[in-house]
Design a protein around this ligand. Sequence first.
Ligand SMILES: CC(C)(COP(=O)(O)OP(=O)(O)OC[C@H]1O[C@@H](n2cnc3c(N)ncnc32)[C@H](O)[C@@H]1OP(=O)(O)O)[C@@H](O)C(=O)NCCC(=O)NCCS
Length: 209
Amino acid sequence: MPTPPRALHPRLSELDIAITTPRLALREFRDEDVEAIWPWVSDPAFPRQMSWAAHVERGETLDYIRGTRTERAEGTGIVWAIEHEGRACGCIGLESIVWGRRAWRLDRGELGYWLAPPLWGQGLMTEAVQAVMRYGFEVVGLHKIRVGCLAENDGSRRVIEKAGFRFVGRLEEDVYRDGAWHAHLRYELIVADLDDVTSTRRFQRPITR
Ligand SMILES: CC(C)(COP(=O)(O)OP(=O)(O)OC[C@H]1O[C@@H](n2cnc3c(N)ncnc32)[C@H](O)[C@@H]1OP(=O)(O)O)[C@@H](O)C(=O)NCCC(=O)NCCS
């Protein structure tokens, strides 16, 4: 039986967003996290696989952090700082949350994330994604979570696939950056998939090059 939409959806600003996983604490960003994330957000090479440009001044990072709180206050998204061993080292968000358009209920959000390079390859982002997926469906009450990555972003594609997202398509020449058009891979998961994410992995896999 498909799950019907909830009669009421929560005010994002009223949610307790703290999540603990075996190795991570996910929590709201604080102004003082600027120093911890500055080495990564200011590295010109770091955001190349994402939509944003490296920060030039710490003020931009502070504006970003404050913007994440505004997003939640306005009900359009939740962004968590990823804390490992007591220090902010990354970011994960359910953003562009929409509940409806005209006569349609949509109840969906878009997943995004990044992690400090020294921590890559230990399964940490997969751990964070699995926790946020569950939170998005069970606490926020979303019906669908969408996620995408550039076709050449092998690490992110693996995270998405390990978490069990269903591949829905490849968007050719979707965005332009660093002198070239890049394709996007798009994935989604609906709430009913959560019971058996292994079933979604049987779907057609993308052509990545
Ligand atoms: C993508 C990212 C979040 C992954 O974080 P992570 O904690 O290293 O992820 P995990 O360890 O959970 O999983 C990474 C998987 O990708 C694989 N991987 C990583 N880099 C790879 C590469 N260049 N080629 C092939 N596989 C790669 C790892 O081996 C691992 O798979 P495995 O468990 O099957 O071995 C991190 O690399 C990052 O922050 N990148 C920059 C920002 C970014 O691209 N964000 C996503 C935008 S869509």
